[in-house]
Design a protein around this ligand. Structure first.
Ligand SMILES: C[S@@+](CC[C@H](N)C(=O)[O-])C[C@H]1O[C@@H](n2cnc3c(N)ncnc32)[C@H](O)[C@@H]1O
Length: 250
């Protein structure tokens, strides 16, 4: 199978057939890349140009990506997250942070206390569970445009959604290859012709893949799915530089 083609970021407008130029590429190396700083302008551009009315996002976390969509267009966003957060293979939390100022955290957070040290109480919050899920869109008073779904995406029942219901989809939930494969296979029939399919944490460069387990999972999934994607997408490109794979549904 041939490698996924690269699309220079500067040519994204041409692919989307729009006159507005894309944002300039970040000057960061991909090794030091941050979604919130370096991919966010690309996401906003895609949503502004595409103007989805119904957007689906696998993996809400605190709602940063959902806000990018909500603030770039008039879409309603359907988004899924595990209600109690993701666990690593050893049972530890995939997303947690030490909290020193409880007043900055949403009430009802899942927490663990490990006593005290010189910096104060050693309190950790699980940031992809309970009231942390989607906190950013709620804090921005955008919750009326979000349908939050609390479940494991692998057992999400899509039967109630007509085919072609969504204008765009972002796959950014569990990054294990089997989860990305399952999410992609659920999403593709729900995406309309001409709709945008986005996968976050995709990058085909071997040094980036070697350094990031999340990228390893997504890249392996895309390799497995490749012939299905080639059949169902009129375009499939890695946006260079970014951690984004873009497909356009046939
Ligand atoms: C990388 S974060 C999502 C980031 C978010 N899309 C953003 O742009 O801010 C991945 C999220 O997917 C959730 N997740 C992991 N596995 C999942 C699964 N099988 N079903 C639903 N959500 C899952 C995690 O709890 C976590 O909140």
């Amino acid at each position: 199978m041939s490698p996924v083609p690269h699309l220079p970021l500067a040519e994204l407008g041409r692919l989307l057939q729009c006159d507005t130029p894309p944002p300039s590429a970040s000057t960061q190396t991909l090794a030091g890349w941050k979604m919130e700083r370096d991919d966010a302008p690309i996401f906003s551009y895609l949503y502004r140009q595409h103007q989805p009315r119904r957007h689906l996002e696998f993996g809400t976390w605190q709602g940063f990506g959902t806000c990018l969509c909500l603030e770039s267009c008039a879409a309603t966003v359907w988004t899924l997250n595990l209600p109690d957060g993701e666990a690593k293979f050893d049972g530890s939390w995939a997303y947690g942070e030490r909290v020193t100022d409880e007043s900055q955290s949403p009430s009802g957070a899942m927490r663990v206390n490990f006593g005290q040290d010189e910096a104060g109480p050693r309190t950790y919050h699980r940031t992809d569970a309970a009231s942390y899920i989607g906190r950013l869109y709620r804090e921005k008073h955008l919750g009326h445009r979000v349908c939050q779904i609390y479940c494991d995406s692998c057992i999400w029942d899509t039967a109630a959604y007509p085919s072609g219901f969504f204008d765009s989809v972002l796959i950014d939930g569990g990054h294990q290859a089997e989860v990305v494969i399952s999410d992609t296979r659920k999403a593709l029939p729900l995406l309309r012709t001409g709709g945008l399919m986005l996968w976050h944490d995709f990058c085909p460069l071997p040094d980036v893949i070697a350094a990031a387990p999340a990228v390893q999972g997504v890249t392996a999934a895309i390799e497995t799915l490749r012939s299905e994607l080639d059949q169902q997408c009129s375009a499939l490109f890695w946006i260079d530089p970014s951690y984004l794979l873009l497909g356009i549904k046939k």
